[in-house]
Design a protein around this ligand. Sequence first.
Ligand code: HEM
Length: 542
Amino acid sequence: MTYSLTACLLAFSAGVSAHLGIFIKNDWDRHAVTLFHVFIAAPVLGFGLAIFLVDWVYLLQAAVPLLSFDSGLCLSILTYRHFFHALGRFPGPRRARLSSIWAVPDAVIKAQWHLRVNRLHGEYGDFVRIKPNEISINNPEAIKEIHDIHTKCTKGPFYDVNYPHQSLQMARKKAYHSKRRRLWDRAFTSRGYEPHVLEHCQSFLDLVLYQRGTALEVTNLLSRFTWDSMGILVSGRSFNMLHGTPHEVLDQVRKYAPIARLLLWAPWVMILTRNLPILERQTASLMEWYTQYIEERKKQADLSHDLLSYFIQDSLSGSSHAGKGTDQDLVFDTELAVVAGSDTTATTLSCALFFLAKNPNIVKELRGEIDAAVGGGKPLSHSALLGCQYLEGCINESLRLCPPTPSGLPRETGSQGAIIAGTYIPPRSTVSVPVYTVHRDPRNFQDPEQFIPKRWSSRPDLIIRREAFVPFSIGPYSCVGKPFAMMELRLLLATIVKNFNLEFPPGDEPDSLDRIGGTGPQDCFVARIPSFHLIFKARAKE
Ligand code: HEM
């Protein structure tokens, strides 16, 4: 017994030392799988086997020191986080000091993390400790300081989700990111995409006309448009979803989307989900699909100017400037392009149609502008829409009220810490600016809850702080697909407004976007709009 007590005390101290000496220092999220094997799988397996081989008394003697080690480790972590953590002076819910588990109901179960953080800012002010090592900052000044090219902040463990592989978005090393980004930038300079997007606008029009004024489910319909456009961008081939039955991969991506909520709770949980054999089945078949997709592209002789052709040529080239990634990086980049490019744009289109259906007067004014630009036999073209300020206002208001990435994009302060919005944030802390909250703060926009397209043209007085509008983020990691997304948004919205009046089915009109589908938009890192229906009534000849 004396031996056991000494062993327990030693094991307890070893647990405390392991925390203070090792785990306190680095970010460990990327090692989630190894830690899981060492601390959970191996002991469970070991004890499971030992039950059949040795007397339970010996088993207990081994188990108690092990549990003592774990207790020492956990107690040390909790004590440190609660009493001694460098972020201790920042206000926030008590539970958030101890563990990010408190975020599970809002982030994972309800998918409403952006609303929770918004409420916390109302309660605690502009700086809130939302997780043990994370501060949310509701101040537009912080956006530049965290995301601008000169920032000392870097991408933190949040971006290890594909570790050891990386897509462009998840690349934490600046040098690798900027080389890879140059490749993406080159693919986006091509002017060859517009005719294809216009073809998809026409297919959308035909499909809606064919349904002859029946109520159509909007979010799925728009996803089919954005997926088809992404097919052109990524591989030069449309997915043809507007022409045929929805592609099976769209269903798979839909099923997988809720898993992305785990990222908002804790990156290490997402890493486990993607890598543990028992859990990875969900993602493995999707990854296999992307791999096949790339292989098919490689077989095509015409390496024209689409994203994959740039990547394939780059991987074959000997250029020292090449942003070479591994084959697996290419799979993750393809996934990023297809998913990030389609869901974000579909979300914005859904919101825009929602607000237009709610506001027939705005449709009237918008139609006047579009008719002047591309009416009377003039062909619809992107360049003709570039001067349409009211259209721009409708898009901006949709992006402002329903940003496709509503939560903050987390960054890590460097080894010296950083002064952000006039406040010193200690080294290696995670900081983020909550996009949904800054977009709706009355200190940044007058009447922030209202959809007012004119604030972006004839009513600039309704914008108090322009720099608070960041749907595509800013700086070197900002959205590389913005020009393409804006082209899709302008062309499809113009097509719809030129041809249809929008109405909710009788008795099925949601009060507001925030209540649509009962929950409002869901925060799965990329916002998802719950299903809703609209009737597209062909515009009467005037
Ligand atoms: C309305 C549409 C869109 C919105 C609001 C949007 C928003 C964003 C935001 C906020 C980021 C920064 C993410 C971060 O820092 O973690 C981002 C990054 C990115 N977006 Fe978009 N996006 C849109 C459409 C697109 C499209 C059409 C593509 C085309 C493939 C695309 C590709 C990317 C890529 C590759 C990145 C990573 C950039 C990098 O790390 O250098 N996005 N987007």
